[in-house]
Design a protein around this ligand. Structure first.
Ligand code: PGA
Length: 252
């Protein structure tokens, strides 16, 4: 059965992007808005420094803008941090929380990720909550246990299909050119769907589940056709308009 969930292709620019990259964004936005917006929702999550410029770009059209992280508090004495409300104020619609690079580089725990997701909701935005096993967990056969633990700890009660998106990103597949086998992706996504449906009811059934980790135009069609894969979180291949548009085009 074809899924009735509209796919989302979200680009994560990570710590890349300067004002001189605005033309690349404009090319993405024009290509997406003119021929692909009916196929899938799409979003670019640039560094904080570019959110306002991209959100207000005259060529942005239907291409949404998001952020890559936020603080748990709405304001206060937190030097160097950015709140969900500030991100919303810049015109962004979503915030990635719990990306494995933040879990690794900044020691973010499941409990902190859950607090961040709630802060995102409080700002009226959608939380893109990331989970995924390490290479050791995959080799040790504990992938599903690792994903279950992260889902239980990082997805707060109150999550809905509107306020949350889950991204499954195997840590060992991020930026490496490696991807899990199609059967492995199907297993994890099927598991996540059951877990979320059991815990959140209909909201868990309707929630978008993205796959992330070395998605490219050449492998996107195969990955996006897996049951319960409702889009992609794309790192490296979201930096170039031709690649990003190629991935959206591959959505069936
Ligand atoms: P990648 O990154 O597409 O470069 O592997 C994915 C991600 O980290 O979101």
């Amino acid at each position: 059965m074809m899924s009735s969930i509209k796919p989302l292709i979200a680009g994560n620019w990570k710590m890349n992007g300067l004002r001189s990259d605005m033309d690349e964004f404009a090319a993405m936005a024009q290509g997406y808005s003119s021929e692909l917006a009916g196929k899938a929702d799409a979003m670019i999550c640039p560094p904080f420094t570019l959110i306002a410029a991209l959100a207000n770009h005259p060529d942005r059209g239907a291409l949404a803008v998001g952020a890559q992280d936020c603080h748990t508090a709405s304001s206060g004495a937190h030097t160097g941090d950015i709140s969900g409300g500030m991100i919303a104020d810049c015109g962004a619609k979503a915030v990635i929380v719990g990306h494995s690079e933040r879990r690794q580089d900044h020691g973010e725990t499941d409990a902190l990720v859950a607090e961040k997701a709630k802060a995102v909701w409080d700002a009226g935005l959608t939380a893109i909550i990331c989970v995924g096993e390490t290479e050791a967990e995959r080799r040790g056969g504990t992938t599903l246990a690792a994903v279950e633990q992260q889902l239980s700890g990082s997805v707060p009660q109150g999550a809905t299909a509107q306020n949350s998106v889950i991204a499954y990103e195997p840590v060992w597949a991020i930026g490496t050119g490696l991807t899990p086998g199609i059967d492995d992706v199907a297993e994890v996504h099927g598991f996540m769907r059951s877990f979320l449906a059991n815990n959140l009811g209909g909201e868990g059934t309707a929630m978008r589940l993205l796959y992330g980790g070395s998605v490219k135009p050449g492998n996107a069609a195969e990955l996006m056709a897996v049951p319960h894969v409702n889009g992609a979180l794309v790192g490296g291949a979201s930096l170039k308009a031709t690649d990003f548009l190629g991935i959206i085009r591959a959505v069936s």
